[in-house]
Write a protein that binds this ligand. Structure first.
Ligand code: NAD
Length: 264
């Protein structure tokens, strides 16, 4: 499979990793569909890609909605005739511990509400499921070869303060194995699925966090800096070209080692 001549749908394409993936695919000759909630971001990325000489459309959609998903899949096929690559990049965080205690009484003063739990599940897990399910449906019915990509995270290992986020990211890491197993079961041989699990990546999502905390996180990264979104994009590009990569989730962390706990 080649990027050149392919049609790629990228959710969360209006920012961060999704934007970098869209631009990487454009530079390598794909037609791209930018799906995002934020119209201003879609407009900016679509303009950038047109300025690069790329073929692109933008669709405002909420990935957790079945109707919106059907809308952007149809828009992609109407505009470019097929879908070959779907990258489910849309993701959010709503951090907090499950329980908070009152310092004086030691009793629970607050618990993580569904207002923090449900949106993360809806976007990161249900949204990824819907994007990949409907992309796969279009690929099978159209007879087009394809690659489905989930975006997990290094926090799939279980990050304190991210019960909601980590739960979705461990699931996003598992989807490729199950989906490809089901493709095998159903005799679908020309659609692959891979997951990408990035470490700390320099996007607005991460650059918005406490900079002291960020600096201390980087103490455990062998590379000594944040990963660039373009480095994630180039790994996804490699996955497109190399059909032996399938039914698995690849980590790209810059060498995250958690070594500080034992450092003298
Ligand atoms: N930045 C990191 O360090 C890092 C590390 C590991 C994994 N990730 C994952 O990579 C993915 C992209 O993260 P990022 O850092 O580029 O974030 P980002 O905030 O820069 O971009 C995410 C994009 O998704 C869009 N989005 C959010 N909810 C949406 C919805 N319901 N429907 C459609 N679009 C929606 C946002 O508008 C935004 O443009 C996420 O799944 C994130 O969990 C990021």
């Amino acid at each position: 499979m080649e990027i050149k001549g392919s049609v790629a749908v990228i959710t969360g394409g209006g920012n961060g990793i999704g934007e970098a993936v869209a631009k990487y695919f454009t530079r390598n000759g794909a037609k791209v569909v930018i799906v995002d909630m934020v119209q201003a971001n879609i407009d900016r990325v679509v303009k950038d890609i047109k300025d690069m000489g790329g073929e692109v459309i933008g669709v405002q959609a909420n990935v957790s909605s079945e109707a919106d998903t059907a809308k952007f899949i149809k828009a992609a096929v109407d505009a470019f005739g097929q879908i070959n690559i779907a990258v489910a990049c849309a993701g959010i965080i709503r951090d907090g511990t499950m329980l908070t205690l009152d310092k004086e009484t030691g009793k629970v003063s607050k618990k993580m509400g569904l207002d923090k739990w449900q949106p993360v599940i809806d976007v990161n897990l249900t949204g990824t499921f819907l994007t990949l399910r409907d992309s796969a449906e279009a690929m099978v019915n159209g007879g087009w070869p394809g690659l489905l990509v989930t975006i997990s995270s290094i926090n799939k290992e279980g990050q304190v303060g991210q019960l909601n986020y980590s739960s979705t990211k461990v699931a996003d890491a598992l989807l490729p194995k199950i989906m490809v197993g089901e493709f095998l079961l159903r005799g679908i041989r020309n659609i692959r699925c891979v997951g990408i699990a990035p470490g700390y990546t320099g996007t607005p999502l991460l650059l918005g966090m406490n900079q002291e905390a960020l600096k201390s996180l980087l103490n455990d990264v062998h590379l000594g800096r944040l990963i660039e979104p373009e480095e994630i994009a180039s790994l996804i590009g490699h996955c497109v070209a190399n059909e032996a990569i399938n039914a698995t989730t690849l980590e790209i962390t810059g060498g995250l080692c958690y070594s500080k706990g034992i450092a003298k």
